[in-house]
Design a protein around this ligand. Structure first.
Ligand code: CP
Ligand code: NVA
Length: 302
């Protein structure tokens, strides 16, 4: 059966841990200049219905380093933009490429693509989830702390695709997660309920200070995600008090790290001082997109 990477919830903690180990191994090989053409001759289709810097470049470079090739596809210059159905696109792409990475709006779109494909589909971000980003985030956490299990992570801000993915990660890996979201901006109810039912230790509060208290990892994301641009002004008002600044970081553990998937809005969800400060590992985190995704691709295609 074809395996897809649509949500962390579809994979066990053990499987995801294996992908992180492979990512660390591939990172080491790349840093040593050791060739690792695990996907020689393979082609990835990359379908972007939203903007991207990191996801696009890291997948394309990742495939090149693995000996394969990636093709950028957008609705503007494919038949998708002219209304060709997803199920037709899925069956045609399955005849050409070895896997498809898709960034789109509805989670249902990636699921439909997967349902009609005979090749692995990778979720490169939807309104609901951003699983590839979480693999890079967890790789970064593991590099710093040697483990993920047993740590406390704090999410401050919108209950968005990143927050939902952190919830899935907490369930898979067994770390404590505290989310502080303003009223009305909670994460997905079902994802939270499923995670809690599987035994995950998750606190949801409206108080960023409570969430960040003694946390090993502090993370946030933009207040208005892609597709929510017209809500920017309302969200700026609703998210007052939710900026991760030096005062808030001071409540976290002394050794804590700050993560942000980027792009960041300085002076909104994070202060310049925190983003550029001593706790911040956001550039390592961004680099780790490359290594984590190479491991995801290698796992799905070998
Ligand atoms: N973090 C992330 O997914 O960045 P891009 O939108 O640049 O791909
Ligand atoms: N929540 C953000 C993440 C960007 C990588 C968005 O969806 O726009």
């Amino acid at each position: 059966m074809t395996r897809h990477f649509l949500s962390l919830a579809d994979w066990t903690g053990e499987e995801l841990g294996g992908i992180l180990d492979l990512a660390a191994d591939l990172k080491n090989k790349q840093q040593q200049g050791e060739p690792h053409p695990l996907l020689a001759g393979k082609t990835l289709g990359m379908l972007f219905e939203k903007s991207s810097t990191r996801t696009r470049v890291s997948f394309e470079v990742g495939l090149t380093q693995l000996g394969g090739h990636a093709i950028f596809l957008s609705p503007r210059d494919t038949q998708i933009g002219r209304g060709e159905p997803i199920k037709d696109t899925a069956r045609v792409l399955s005849r050409y490429v070895d896997a498809v990475m898709v960034r789109t709006f509805a989670q249902e779109t990636v699921e439909e693509l997967a349902n009609w494909s005979t090749i692995p589909i990778i979720n490169g971000l939807t309104d609901l989830l951003h699983p590839c980003q979480l693999m890079a985030d967890l790789l970064t956490v593991k590099e710093r702390f040697g483990k993920v299990e047993g740590l406390k992570a704090a999410w401050v801000g919108d209950g968005n695709n990143m927050a939902n993915s952190w919830i899935n990660a907490a369930a898979a890996f067994g770390f404590k997660l505290a989310l502080a979201c303003p009223g009305g901006y909670n994460p997905d109810e079902k994802i939270l309920e499923d995670a809690r039912n599987s035994g995950a230790d998750i606190l949801l509060t409206e108080d960023p200070r409570e969430a960040v208290e003694s946390a090993d990892v502090v993370t946030t994301d933009v207040w208005a995600s892609m597709g929510q641009e017209e809500e920017q002004a309302k969200r700026e008002a609703d998210f007052q008090g939710f900026m991760v600044d030096e005062g808030l970081m001071n409540l976290s553990a002394e050794h804590s790290i700050f993560l942000h998937c980027l792009p960041a809005h300085r002076g909104e969800e994070v202060s310049e001082g925190v983003l550029e400060g001593p706790h911040s590992v956001v550039w390592d985190q961004a680099e780790n997109r490359l290594h984590a995704q190479k491991a995801i691709l290698a796992t799905l295609l070998t």
